[in-house]
Design a protein around this ligand. Structure first.
Ligand code: NAD
Length: 262
């Protein structure tokens, strides 16, 4: 049911975390996966050592020219696209009163405008896939539980992830008759490198906290008693990408160990 043989998938932010695990999962299910990231060094490392079968293309999701180049390559090589996972994203935790507009705009450009451009460019290639008789085409956008729930110091990030959710539903509704499905996944706290591009968190003595130390305070908030892992999220993305979800569009799938259940 989850067989993705014959499907061509593109994943953004695939050099790390949820994007990397999703690329691994889609590959394991038989898809041909195009892994993309703005971090070319990490992308090369992944394509050489972790996912040797994957096609690696540099893509900064904020650059329309990058999207055009990547989709041209997909068109030249495959003629169509079946699956797009808009996963690339950044998060900056900062009190609202201190979070300047440039910090908000940077998150907006990557987390929202990247998804917008990614979807727009994918649609013509997905229409081609459907015209060739493929079952359904699927866009999965990675939002966050912060799209629907507040968290201290995440106002700017929250705004971007709520925008991703709204955008996904609007496009899902508009495209519902075409066979192109659009859904959102809303992860809770997941152990990845998210935030690592920013100033690292430190303890009171100035020592940089390890990933485990950074995430430890979250465990108490998660009813299932542990932080999520990328492989908790990737199978949900794979389901939405697959024809098993052929009647699912405009939906939101929360993957948070019960964090938002109360
Ligand atoms: P991560 O930092 O491990 O991976 C993000 C990847 O995106 C990195 O490889 C990075 O190079 C890439 N990226 C960043 N900016 C980019 C750009 N402009 N163009 C192309 N690639 C870019 O983090 P992750 O946790 O795997 O994040 C994946 C997605 O999951 C993000 O959208 C994030 O907001 C979302 N998310 C994560 C969590 C969590 O707790 N980790 C929770 C909810 C949602």
């Amino acid at each position: 049911m989850f067989d993705l043989s014959g499907k061509v998938a593109l994943v953004t932010g695939a050099a790390s975390g949820i994007g990397l695990e999703t690329s691994r999962t889609l590959t394991g299910l038989g898809a041909t996966v195009i892994i993309t990231d703005r971090n070319v060094e990490a992308l090369v490392e992944v394509s050489e050592n972790l996912l040797p079968g994957a096609i690696a293309l540099a893509l900064d999701v904020t650059a329309q020219g990058d999207w055009d180049r990547v989709y041209q390559s997909v068109a030249d090589k495959f003629g169509c696209l079946d699956i797009l996972v808009n996963n690339a994203g950044i998060m900056k935790a900062e009190p609202f009163e201190k979070c300047d507009i440039d910090t908000f705009r940077l998150q907006q450009r990557i987390n929202v405008e990247g998804v917008y451009m990614g979807m727009q460019g994918a649609i013509p290639l997905m229409r081609k896939a459907l015209a060739e008789g493929k079952g359904s085409a699927s866009i999965v956008n990675i939002s966050s539980i912060y799209a629907t729930n507040a968290g201290a110091e995440f106002a700017a990030y929250t705004a971007t992830k709520a925008a991703v959710l709204g955008l996904s539903k609007a496009v899902a509704f508009e495209l519902a008759g075409t066979g192109i499905r659009v859904n959102c996944v809303l992860p809770g706290p997941i152990a990845t490198n998210l935030s690592a591009d920013w100033e690292p968190l430190r303890d009171s003595e100035g020592n940089v906290l390890s990933l485990e130390e950074q995430l430890a305070p979250w465990v108490d908030k998660i009813p299932m008693g542990r932080i999520g892992m990328a492989d908790d999220v990737a199978p949900v993305i794979a389901f939405l990408a697959s024809d098993a979800a052929k009647f699912v569009t405009g939906s939101e799938y929360v993957v948070d160990g019960g964090y938002t259940a109360p």
